[in-house]
Design a binder for this molecule. Structure first.
Ligand SMILES: NC(=O)c1ccc[n+]([C@@H]2O[C@H](COP(=O)([O-])OP(=O)(O)OC[C@H]3O[C@@H](n4cnc5c(N)ncnc54)[C@H](O)[C@@H]3O)[C@@H](O)[C@H]2O)c1
Length: 347
């Protein structure tokens, strides 16, 4: 298959690109190379004859038309987005522009291309989204595909809007779409402004390990390579017009997660004295911080036979090993705008 992957220089998109090329698919990676991108993420496949890169913005319709015509993809996997909730609190405009308007432009370019091809049933527009569109859970319950949308942050509202656009392009124009809503990802190449890399890198640097509020917020963690595997499965076997929730069934409070990371680091890179957990510091909470996310993955499990392959303990240990071995990757990224600063504290 020839795949047009948007956002393939980001965290999850690059995992999709690496896996897809590894499985013999041709991949065109379309990315605007924002602050969150890093082409080193795809260095392992960059020389493959199956790989091509297009430096382009999904908001630029003329460029999208040129790329569709030049590469003639069988499917689009749409991951390009502004993705950091804290940045969406400080500057929601980029989130509306890329996540909503950009998705609209990509849908229109895909529809025009699909029309010009004679509307093949085999074409797919796969929209990759988040469980954050469903809002916040109490102590019990899980998000299913039928859970009503209730986004709470500018980020999740922009992703919810893009999900609705994708469904509308299916219902109105017949575009063959699939959607996925996934829980929090972690693993190699995670940009060093997100919780897990911040904790690992601050720990190693002897800096405070910042925990928002009291650390009781619960997330459902999924190893990024398991997510990429689920995405390729939904792309090739998912039913048109259907959405699939993807989760790791690995719920942890932020405090538990950080304590686990500290224990792994104590084992792999012991401090001369004491534990990395001594560096834990509680900081002002994120405004509107959702209390709990949890995915019910019953649909993707029963219809497509998917389940995660990596437990959270294994995945976190692999992730710590990767950051310990790849300072040349993360060190330069720490100098990028806003990284290492507290963002999103405006109430
Ligand atoms: N990170 C998570 O835990 C998570 C969980 C579920 C869903 N998602 C979704 O998965 C997708 C990828 O997330 P991620 O964490 O890899 O994000 P990321 O921020 O690491 O990467 C986003 C990529 O999109 C590119 N991009 C941004 N704006 C663009 C534009 N206008 N045109 C072209 N490219 C542009 C960036 O350059 C970057 O390479 C997003 O759609 C996100 O909403 C993320």
């Amino acid at each position: 298959m020839k795949l047009l992957v948007t956002g393939g220089a980001g965290f999850i998109g690059s995992a999709v690109v690496r896996l897809a090329v590894g499985r013999g698919h041709s991949v065109v990676n379309l990315d605007a190379l924002t602050y969150a991108a890093c082409l080193d993420n795809v260095a392992s496949v960059a020389d493959s004859p199956l790989y091509a890169f297009e430096h382009a913005d999904i908001r630029d319709r003329a460029v999208l038309d040129r790329i569709f015509a030049a590469h003639q993809p069988d499917a689009v996997m749409h991951l390009a987005a502004e993705s950091h909730v804290d940045r969406s609190i400080d500057g929601p405009g980029d989130f509306i522009s890329t996540n909503v308007t950009g998705t609209y432009e990509l849908l229109e370019a895909a529809r025009a291309y699909w029309d010009a091809q004679g509307r093949p049933d085999s074409f797919r527009f796969h929209h990759i989204s988040t469980d954050e569109v469903f809002g916040s859970l109490g102590a019990t319950g899980q998000f299913t595909e039928e859970t009503p949308y209730d986004p709470r942050s500018p980020y999740s509202a922009s992703k919810a809007a893009s999900d609705h656009l994708v469904q509308a392009w299916h219902h109105t124009y017949g575009l063959p779409v699939v959607l996925t809503n996934c829980s929090n990802n972690y693993g190699p190449f995670h940009f060093p402004e997100k919780l897990i890399p911040v904790i690992i890198l601050n720990a190693l640097a002897g800096k405070p390990l910042p925990i928002y509020g009291d650390g009781s917020n619960v997330r459902d963690w999924l190893y990024v390579e398991d997510h990429a595997d689920a995405l390729l499965l939904v792309l090739t076997r998912g039913a048109v017009g259907r959405s699939y929730n993807i989760g790791g069934e690995n719920e942890r409070s932020n405090l538990e997660l950080v304590r686990t990371l500290c224990a792994i680091l104590d084992d792999k890179r012991p401090k001369p004295q004491g534990s990395y957990a001594d560096q834990i510091t509680f900081v002002t909470d994120r405004p509107g911080h959702d209390a709990r996310y949890a995915i019910d993955p019953a649909r993707i499990r029963s219809e497509l036979g998917w389940r995660p392959s990596v437990t959270v303990e294994e995945g976190l240990a692999r992730t710590v090993d990767w950051y310990l071995a790849n300072e040349n990757w993360w060190r330069p990224l720490q100098a990028r705008h806003g990284v290492g600063q507290r963002l999103g504290v405006r109430a």
